[in-house]
Design a protein around this ligand. Sequence first.
Ligand SMILES: Cc1cc2nc3c(=O)[nH]c(=O)nc-3n(C[C@H](O)[C@H](O)[C@H](O)COP(=O)(O)OP(=O)(O)OC[C@H]3O[C@@H](n4cnc5c(N)ncnc54)[C@H](O)[C@@H]3O)c2cc1C
Length: 384
Amino acid sequence: MDSLFFRQEHVMIRDMVRDFADTQIMPIARSLDQEERFPTELVKQMGELGLMGVMVPEEYGGSGLDMVSYSTAIIELARADASVAITMAAHNSLGTVPLLLFGNDNQKRSYLPKLASGEILGAFGLTEPEAGSDAGATKTKAVKTNNDYVVNGGKIFITNAGQAGLLSFTAQVIDGGDNIGIAAFIIPTDTPGLEIGKKEKKMGWRASDTRQIYFKDMRIPSSAMLGKPENGFKTFLKTLTSGRISIGALSVGTALGAYEKALEYSLERKAFDQPIHKFQSIGFKLADMATNIEASKLLVYHAAWLKDQGKDFNKEAAMAKLFSSETAMNVTNQAIQVHGGYGYVKDYDVERYFRDAKILEIGEGTSEIQRLIISREIIKDFQL
Ligand SMILES: Cc1cc2nc3c(=O)[nH]c(=O)nc-3n(C[C@H](O)[C@H](O)[C@H](O)COP(=O)(O)OP(=O)(O)OC[C@H]3O[C@@H](n4cnc5c(N)ncnc54)[C@H](O)[C@@H]3O)c2cc1C
């Protein structure tokens, strides 16, 4: 399958990231999870490898690679540790893409080199207590005063929030008493009036930093706005569309990591005097896992390839995210089953993959929202 979407450069990325993941991430993944420790050192190393600016053009200090390369890198990171993968993916897909898509040259020159080198981390704030799937219900307000905006409100569940140097967020813009739509802004996280809450205690992605954010009379210049006030919301929706491919890739990597552990275990573990892979029920489980992972990978690479070709990829990104995340949930569940009782204890890692998989069906648009998008797109296609 590699030949369909893969060129030599993609193979090189895969091998480079796999080597990094095997030697630097795998050995500490369990302790990062158990200690809920943010992988600061790994972020630095990923910066040095060019992984913190994968799609940032070289003129801004990035690697200038395509979406297929980026998806490959995420798969390899998540195969070792989903927390590390989401730290990198949220930084690239969510923290950096709004700036790439909608930033002006000034904003790009100020921020992109630092983001691309990993000197600062990016975060993205869309979700609010009353605005998750219904992201248009944003309550955060930015009130225009002369050349500034005064922002009040808050965001929840923000990945990288406690570690980020830059934050993109959405707010309703109020100008002269009128609500003129939801806009996107980008600000340094040391802006007075921005408060970062305590780290969330999570079921999975435990080494990733997730927090609430509060805006309290935060005064920011007009130049902090990304794009035009009236299309800020579209900005963020566009960001989410490509972000879905990265969650699809994260799902493939999570499933692959658990599958490989199950495969290995099935060769070692004996019951009734034979390795358990010889039982048809175990062999068939492994066959289903491998097949669904392969299908997920194809969906992810196809959506990524469409994006790289400049084609519409809305439906394909939603399909990739939906199918791969549900595959990750099923595969990690079956990987525990293959391990029997040992799968339920922390020494064998598959329970970590299982806990890490659940969020993939929720973040960056739940499975229900992906089905909504796909159903709308297929009806639209049919009516054309
Ligand atoms: C660990 C973690 C990291 C995250 N990182 C970020 C981040 O970096 N930035 C950010 O902005 N957000 C982030 N999020 C938020 C995440 O994107 C939202 O949690 C997600 O979009 C769902 O929103 P919600 O939690 O409000 O659920 P709700 O929208 O309240 O959904 C609850 C249930 O109702 C269903 N539902 C809602 N509307 C519909 C509908 N129209 N049709 C059918 N079913 C529907 C949902 O599918 C779900 O099952 C993160 C969340 C977590 C847990």
